[in-house]
Design a protein around this ligand. Structure first.
Ligand code: P1T
Length: 391
């Protein structure tokens, strides 16, 4: 039995209890309630192979195992794997493929995922089709004998498109394809892709799961033992594992995921409504609006609409958008998202700069777009900050 197997999913508990207890038990050595930070690379053996389940920390580490079990529990999965970053978790998924294989991916996705697909994996003979995934027929039209994986990010970064995971899951199943869902923006508090038919859930745990902007961590969760074995092999063979300290911090973050997400959603809703009614704002992207093109799917597959918002100020260009984000004082101008503090970003020059301008503009990532990660501060302070920056 592998160390990453989730023996303590506590599936009988509700989500808000599983964030705290899922996959956890008091530490075997001294009963520590929080899993200790096992800051060790290796473990004493009484005879070659004579160890207590841990032999070398790339292969398994008790603090990482605790995190992996917690990840599996909150995503309603069987097996969790924790990586050194979100991108290294994605890297492991693509390494399931062979040269000649094809992947269908959302065209609107994190710039670093696009860069990994295009600039690293295409060199090894894997082809990526970046397409709008609003229509299942469009996705189906890209499926060939070479297609092996559908990569879905929903809500998408930064345009907040919502993709019908259940629908794509049925399509994937019918064609014997793997479906992976990047659940970073929604988190399992809002959406559980494995329950909707996905084979793999991926996270940049750097974001909402960690929740405090103090770690870079990635995660995968699956239900299939065969898939878990393959991914575990890649994790160990390639070695981009999550360290014990970062595992501890992410575990601590997960314990408050539900309360943080509740406030992220409340503040997100208030700010989206403030912006959409502002005379100087042209367009607001947030899946909670009834006018959002995928609102019905969002309502169906998500329990609320999250704290991520993008918007375009009226009549603005690259420089105007930059001026606004520079003027913000409560919001910090920074890459990343999902922390307790509010962040603002300018995707064209920051998170999505690695996507060629022509490509990113096709999916709506124009020079004037501003992205907000709405934190859990007092919402009045956030609104006042936006007001002074926009004015
Ligand atoms: O940064 P890392 O932990 O490696 O995760 C990459 C990643 C993957 N998927 C999504 C949806 C993401 O948003 C990210 C990272 N995103 C940012 C840093 C950002 O500011 O959008």
């Amino acid at each position: 039995m592998f160390a990453y197997q989730n023996q303590m999913s506590k599936k009988d508990l509700k989500f808000n209890s599983r964030t705290i207890h899922g996959g956890q038990q008091p530490d075997k050595a001294y009963g520590a309630v929080m899993p200790p930070i096992y800051q060790t690379s290796t473990y004493a053996q009484s005879t070659p192979g004579g160890h207590q389940g841990f032999e070398y920390s790339r292969s398994a580490n008790p603090t990482r195992t605790a995190l992996e079990n917690a990840l599996a529990s909150i995503e309603n999965g069987q097996y969790g794997l924790a990586f050194a970053s979100g991108l290294s978790a994605i890297d492991a998924v693509i390494k399931l493929l062979e040269p000649g294989d094809e992947v269908i991916s959302t065209n609107d996705l994190y710039g670093g995922s696009y860069r990994l697909f295009k600039q690293v994996f295409e060199k090894f003979g894997i082809t990526f089709h970046f397409i709008g995934m609003q229509s299942l027929d469009t996705i189906a039209s890209y499926i060939t004998e070479k297609t092996k994986l559908i990569w879905v990010e929903t809500p998408t970064n930064p345009m907040m498109n919502v993709i019908d995971v259940e629908g794509v899951g049925k399509l994937a199943k019918a064609h014997n394809l793997l479906l992976a869902v990047d659940n970073t923006f929604a988190t399992p508090y809002l959406q559980r892709p494995l329950d909707l038919g996905a084979d793999i859930v991926m996270h940049s745990a750097t974001k909402y799961l960690g929740g405090h902007s103090d770690v870079i961590v990635g995660a995968l969760v699956v239900n299939s033992k065969t898939l878990a074995d393959k991914l575990y092999f890649i994790q160990n063979a390639s070695g981009a594992v999550c360290g014990p300290m970062d595992s501890f911090l992410t575990l601590r973050g997960i314990k408050t995921l539900h309360v943080r997400m509740q406030r992220h959603c409340e503040n997100g809703k208030a700010l989206a409504n403030y912006l959409v009614n502002h005379p100087k704002i042209e367009k607001v992207y947030w899946p909670g609006f009834e006018s959002h093109p995928n609102h019905d799917i969002a309502k169906n597959q998500m329990d609320d609409f999250g704290g991520m918002i993008s918007f375009i100020p009226k009549g603005s260009n690259f420089e105007d958008a930059v001026r606004i984000v520079e003027k913000l004082q409560v919001f910090t101008l920074a890459e990343s998202l999902g922390g307790v503090e509010s962040l603002a970003g300018h995707p064209a020059s920051m998170t999505h700069a690695s996507i060629p301008k022509e490509e990113r503009e096709k999916s709506g990532v124009v020079d004037a777009l501003i992205r907000l990660s709405v934190g859990i501060e007092d919402v009045d302070d956030l609104i006042a900050d936006l007001e002074q920056a926009i004015e």
